[in-house]
Design a protein around this ligand. Sequence first.
Ligand SMILES: [Zn+2]
Length: 279
Amino acid sequence: MDGKNAKPDFPVIDAHVHLYPDFLAKKVVPDLAGRFGNEPSFDGTMDGCAAKNAECGIRAALNLPVATKPESVFRTNRFWAEAVDLRAKDGIRSLAAFHPLLADQPAELEHIVSCGFAGLKMHPEYQRFGFGDPSMDEVWAAMSDLGLVAYLHAGGERVFAGPYRSNPLEIAKLQRRFPRLKIVAAHLGGFGMWDEAEALLAGTSTYLDLSHTFFWMSKDQIFRMICKHGADRILFGSDAPWQDAGKVLEEFLTLPLGRDEQEAICFRNAAELFKISLP
Ligand SMILES: [Zn+2]
């Protein structure tokens, strides 16, 4: 990749985006933009994402839906299962939503598997639970058995005040208690808690993504954490539309990594973990 707006000559999967059905995007995205205090890089729709990614040379994007209420989980998952079927050719993929207060958790996990989702997203700040809550133990155990990936928000969150439930120590403890559970901790394991994440998660079996790290933490520390952790468990992600995936990719490509490490982080790890075949 040479200079601005050039595209990488290998495929890229953005493993961390937030998309909304068209009718919701119009309402939700401007509302969240106000709360986050930053402009979105596109309108939050699947069309917007596909167009933006085509500009940046990103071949696929993995949507991570967060259910703020248990009653919206089933219809959210039905929506994204259908959307992914229809839009896979545009590189739109999705994980499932889940909520710790779901009345019938085993039934929803079965639904998630039957829809073909590779995993689900959980956000302890929006969903008000802790990774160590005893009520979650059966969920983590079932997910380990089913091979479902737990994609977890990690660290601080701009619209909530600390102390944060999803801190690196809690993630490290969860991974130790459920060693077979495939965990992805967003934001290199702890947004705004970079030193704690580096001390407690770098080098463990937990996958870490790069969303909301560039422009927020030092590039030296990002590079050091990738080296300590190993490129085979790092995922490229942007958190688009709340960051500009093209700019994040440009920054990533300035790190002094080898071609094999770049390819692992940009697509190989995500393709394997989430069973994504590129369009
Ligand atoms: Zn996110």
